[in-house]
Design a protein around this ligand. Structure first.
Ligand code: ADP
Ligand code: MG
Length: 613
């Protein structure tokens, strides 16, 4: 048995209820942000309408002016924000105002559930339309879609468990949102209060805004204005309003060019990287305009994917207005814009790195990941990006960051390679088997300690003509150093290598003697072309099949252990074999290449047995 009431009543999706609970009870101390959210939605809907008008003929109320009309009523304690944008039909009301589709908001909710209620983090995220319930007892949305054959409806809710939708034949095209204010929120029904809020950003809305019939904004596109006429506050408000952000911009880049393309660009780097908070992958955030008309708010190909953290506007007069979004994305023009803006931005970062290194390091800490992504995916910007990498190195104190340019300055002119090592931490690298050989020769080694670094460096063959070479590779030719201890004779050395190769044939590819080692008797080196330990760990984590590698075993023929082993081959072959296996275990273990550890302890026990006999 269903009644009329049941038919038009809907429950909120569980996530929406959860979100509303947070919004109403704890989220923002700054209550006025809900006005900004609603005006920004109205502005979005109008931008979409403007674009529709270019391509569609059958538009409902085609002659209505594009504008935002705000009315406050102190007596009724209401605030109404009405726009003549694209509006929503019934299905869209259910979809857009009853569920949460945005993945970032979902991730945010997950965090909240886990008890990760960091006040700082919360402040970084907008919750859009639902923020109206911070101030409202009850919200009504009257809407008619732009589509001629659709019907008008009123969506209504108290923000608790659900909402209702009823047909409304009087609804005009667009959305009219009436916020019935809570008793202690009646400040938002005062003209002066709303006017003060709107003053901050209403000039960035490219449609007229009226407050109780008074026209209050001058429509202007900030990016077309002269830099000299814009204050820092205006830039900040513009950033917050257009990108729905809650932090301040850390960089503001405002420039124009006439050739090869006519562009006006206003770009911002946010202060915070929300991907670091585990909020999921960001969406592209630089909008594309043509002569003040929004073509696409989130064009994916306007900039490379690794610049998805950038916010702002690019306006190009060279774009054809009525081009479809799909073909626009692939147009040669957008590709040119992409290249040009990316280069400009990287130049900007280079300048900051040079002139304000502290500021750049702070940026790098939060956004360096994106630059690394760029190295691995954007070949044409690789060298510029590689120049921006920061890392520690064997010639710098712990905590001091250096870069490839400094490395090259310090290196001897004839040094052809840049050496690096990857590992979990500086300590792990310094205690590993590879560094000593380079240290003994005064060669600098760069330390990379992030999980992605191995992958990034594999993608980076060289920097300014110097090859990037991982210091754990067997093929590196290092000149001998004068070291203490006598070398094994040629004959003994040959003998030992033959013995080891036979004994270790299942585990080791080659045995070589070299002057590389200083303090260790042996070291396992990754053969050329084989994935090294870091790469293998990553492949394993991704569930990939691992090619089996046979490491190269390098022996230090000056070392006492090796001298002793050489003698044992004749006198006590069994013990020599045990020791050979054990040395191999040690070498593979410290190289991160030992896969089978259970044989190691039983061998160890046999050795001990021999010792205590
Ligand atoms: P967002 O703006 O980030 O998408 P919101 O919660 O602010 O998230 O809005 C949810 C959705 O509701 C919007 O994406 C849009 O589809 C729809 N919407 C909200 N306000 C309006 C409006 N004034 N006109 C048309 N659609 C709207
Ligand atoms: Mg919104």
């Amino acid at each position: 048995m269903s009644t009329a009431t049941e038919e038009h009543t809907h429950s909120f999706q569980a996530e929406v209820r959860q979100l509303l609970d947070i919004v109403i009870h704890s989220l923002y101390t700054d209550k006025e942000i809900f006005v900004r959210e609603l005006v920004s939605n109205a502005s979005d809907a109008l931008e979409k309408m403007r674009l529709k008008q270019l391509t569609e003929k059958d538009v409902f109320e085609a002659d209505r002016e594009l504008e935002i009309a705000i009315t406050v009523d102190e007596e009724a304690k209401t605030l109404t924000i009405a726009d003549s944008g694209i509006g929503m039909n019934k299905e869209e009301l259910v979809e857009n105002l009853g569920t949460i589709a945005h993945s970032g908001t979902k991730a945010f909710l997950e965090k909240m559930k886990d008890g990760g209620t960091d006040a700082d983090v919360i402040g970084q995220f907008g919750v859009g339309f639902y923020s109206a319930f911070m101030a409202a007892d009850h919200v009504e949305v009257a809407s008619h879609s732009w589509e001629k054959d659709s019907t008008g409806n009123t969506w209504s809710s108290d923000g608790a468990t659900g909402y209702s939708i009823d047909e409304n034949p009087d609804a005009q095209r667009g959305c009219s949102i009436t916020v019935h204010l809570k008793d202690d929120m009646d400040e938002f029904s005062k003209v002066a209060r709303i006017k003060a809020i709107l003053e901050k950003y209403s000039n960035f809305v490219s449609f007229p805004i009226k407050l109780n019939d008074e026209h209050i904004n001058k429509v202007e596109a900030l990016w077309l204005k002269n830099k000299k006429d814009i204050t820092d506050e205006q830039y900040t408000e513009f950033y917050k309003f257009t990108s729905h952000s809650f932090d301040d911009p850390r960089h503001t880049m405002h420039f124009s060019a006439d050739a090869p393309l006519s562009i006006h660009a206003l770009l911002f780097t946010p202060t915070e990287n929300t991907e670091q908070f585990g909020m999921g992958q960001m969406e592209a955030g630089v909008s594309l305009y043509c002569r003040k008309v929004l073509i696409d708010a989130k064009p994916e190909k306007l900039l490379p994917e690794w610049l998805r953290f950038l916010r702002g506007v690019i306006d190009s007069e060279d774009l054809p207005l009525n081009i479809s979004r799909e073909s626009m994305q692939d147009s040669a023009l957008v590709q040119k814009l992409n290249k040009l803006i990316t280069k400009r931005y990287l130049k900007f970062l280079e300048k900051e790195a040079k002139n304000e290194p502290e500021k750049f390091l702070d940026f790098y800490q939060k956004f360096g990941r994106f630059l690394k992504e760029g190295i691995a995916t954007s070949y044409e910007h690789q060298e510029q990006l590689a120049g921006l990498l920061r890392f520690e190195s064997s010639l710098e104190d712990k905590g001091t960051q250096t870069n490839f340019a400094q490395y090259i300055d310090r290196a001897k002119e004839e040094q052809e390679n840049i050496y690096y090592l990857t590992g979990q931490s500086r300590d792990a690298i310094e205690n590993g088997p590879y560094l000593e050989a380079f240290k003994a020769r005064g060669l600098e080694v760069c330390f990379f300690t992030e999980a992605v670094d191995q992958y990034v460096l594999e993608a980076l063959p060289e920097f300014k003509g110097k090859k990037l070479v991982s210091a754990d590779r067997a093929e590196i030719d290092l000149e001998d150093v004068a070291a203490e201890g006598k070398e094994l004779s040629k004959k003994d050395s040959k003998n030992l290598i033959k013995f080891l190769e036979e004994e270790l044939t299942d585990r080791i590819g080659y045995v070589e003697s070299s002057g590389r080692l200083v303090d260790s008797p042996v070291a396992a080196l990754t053969p050329k072309e084989a994935p090294n330990a870091q790469m293998r760990a990553m492949m394993q984590a991704m569930g990939q099949d691992m090619p089996s590698v046979k490491a190269t075993l390098e022996i230090n023929t000056r070392h006492n252990v090796i001298h002793g082993l050489s003698k044992l081959i004749e006198s006590d072959t069994d013990t020599a074999k045990l020791i050979a296996q054990q040395l191999t275990d040690n070498a593979l273990l410290s190289a991160g290449l030992l896969e089978n550890t259970h044989q190691m302890s039983s061998r160890m026990n046999q050795l001990i047995e021999k010792l205590v006999k």
